[in-house]
Design a protein around this ligand. Structure first.
Ligand SMILES: NC(=O)c1ccc[n+]([C@@H]2O[C@H](COP(=O)([O-])OP(=O)(O)OC[C@H]3O[C@@H](n4cnc5c(N)ncnc54)[C@H](OP(=O)(O)O)[C@@H]3O)[C@@H](O)[C@H]2O)c1
Length: 358
């Protein structure tokens, strides 16, 4: 199961709207085949592994990170494929909360006389499936907020200079993070200040089609910006409010940008509506990279599931940009609270990772 989980983890960011599932087939104590969800979600991991195993699947044990599907979608059910291949035992890490499955895959296997074990390494597998689970259960992608700040929590100088606060090593790590997310999300303030590419530029990850998403109520993203001028090479989506200039929307669309209208609030596009729109579009894992206003909006709306916080060993001072804009918190009891789950040095910087306290 550890091998199956590792397979799934390597496919993160490539399988949306489907989960990144891993499958390993074992016979007589040896691995005879393995499979992982293909790009865009197909083929499913079990189908790939069964094809590799051929006759060796008969009487074998299949380890799958997610309950095999039991419904006819664009492909026949994986539970049926396992039954037809003569697999004797299926070991499943986590159940599939998709209402079309939700225990029906397990029941189908058991009804066919297959021995089924559930819950093996469930927590570790759930970690790789969390984006899919968020989309099924909450109707929105899993959101990781990534920020790079100084020791005093500044992400730019008062004049707006932010490139670069952290080291090359930290930036490479951040690029690899993009590679295992379906999309990167920033506010238009960051596009106007930095004109970023928002692509994944570390070896091994460059071909990953990470979607660039910009929260931009009034379609202020410049047509000459990097995210727009490269929209033909990597997807660029803009979330805007109603009443945004239709001529601008047409020009951006002509440049290859997907413009998505969402409900607005006082601050811009409403964060909950924005993330629901991204969920409807199929995204399961979003890496929000700021800036300060968007970070505050997501935190205020309680939409940040994970934090990836790089700290550079420098101090800018109070006239710099805070990592997070004002959130109107007056009582400590009301602050956004997280649990630290990991920390490590990345070159001269620190990376601390947190999950939300529910
Ligand atoms: N070090 C880092 O990790 C890091 C990362 C990113 C940015 N930065 C720096 O941060 C600075 C930019 O910060 P920023 O706060 O101006 O940028 P931002 O958060 O990227 O963008 C803010 C803009 O996003 C739009 N927006 C749409 N919906 C929103 C909502 N619900 N809530 C808030 N904003 C929404 C608003 O413009 P409209 O009203 O026009 O929609 C708003 O002005 C730059 O200096 C940049 O270099 C640093």
């Amino acid at each position: 199961m550890r091998a199956a989980i590792a397979l799934g983890r390597r496919a993160l960011g490539t399988t949306w709207p489907n989960p990144a599932v891993g499958c390993v087939i074992v016979r007589d104590g040896a691995i005879v085949a393995q499979g992982v969800t293909g790009p865009g979600g197909r083929p499913h991991a079990e189908v790939q592994a069964l094809a590799m195993a051929g006759e060796a699947a008969r009487g074998a044990t299949a380890y799958v990170t997610l309950e095999p599907c039991s419904h006819y979608g664009q492909t026949p059910p994986c539970a049926d494929a396992l039954i037809a291949a003569g697999v004797a035992h299926v070991v499943i890490a986590a159940g599939d909360p998709d209402p079309r499955v939700d225990g029906a895959g397990i029941a189908r296997l058991r009804d066919a006389g297959i021995d089924v074990t559930t819950g093996l390494l469930e927590d570790a597998a759930t970690e790789t499936l969390a984006g899919f689970f968020a989309r099924v259960r909450l109707g929105r992608p899993l959101v990781t907020l990534k920020l790079a700040a100084t020791l005093d929590g500044r992400i730019a100088t008062g004049s707006g200079e932010s490139q670069w606060i952290t080291s090359t090593s930290a930036r490479k790590t951040a690029h690899a993070m993009r590679g295992c997310h379906d999309a990167v999300l920033v506010g238009v303030g960051t596009v106007l200040a930095d004109d970023p590419d928002l692509t994944c530029r570390v070896p091994g990850f460059t071909s990953r089609p990470c979607v660039r998403v910009i929260a931009d109520s009034h379609l202020r993203t410049p047509l000459m910006s990097r995210v727009v001028s490269t929209a033909g090479e990597a997807p660029t989506w803009i979330l805007h409010r109603d009443g945004a200039d239709p001529n601008r929307a047409a020009a951006l669309s002509a440049a290859g940008v997907r413009c998505i209208e969402v409900t607005a609030d006082d601050m811009g596009v409403a964060p909950t509506a924005a993330l629901e729109a991204l969920g409807q579009a199929g995204l399961t894992r979003v890496l929000a990279e700021g800036g300060a206003r968007l970070a505050a909006a997501l935190l205020r709306a309680d939409l940040v599931d994970r934090l990836a916080w790089f700290t550079a060993p420098g101090i800018i001072g109070g006239d710099g940009w805070p990592a997070v804009q004002g959130m109107g918190v007056s009582r400590l009891a009301d602050m956004a609270h997280f649990t630290r789950v990991a920390q490590r040095a990345v070159g001269p910087d620190l990376l601390a990772e947190f999950t939300r306290v529910l």
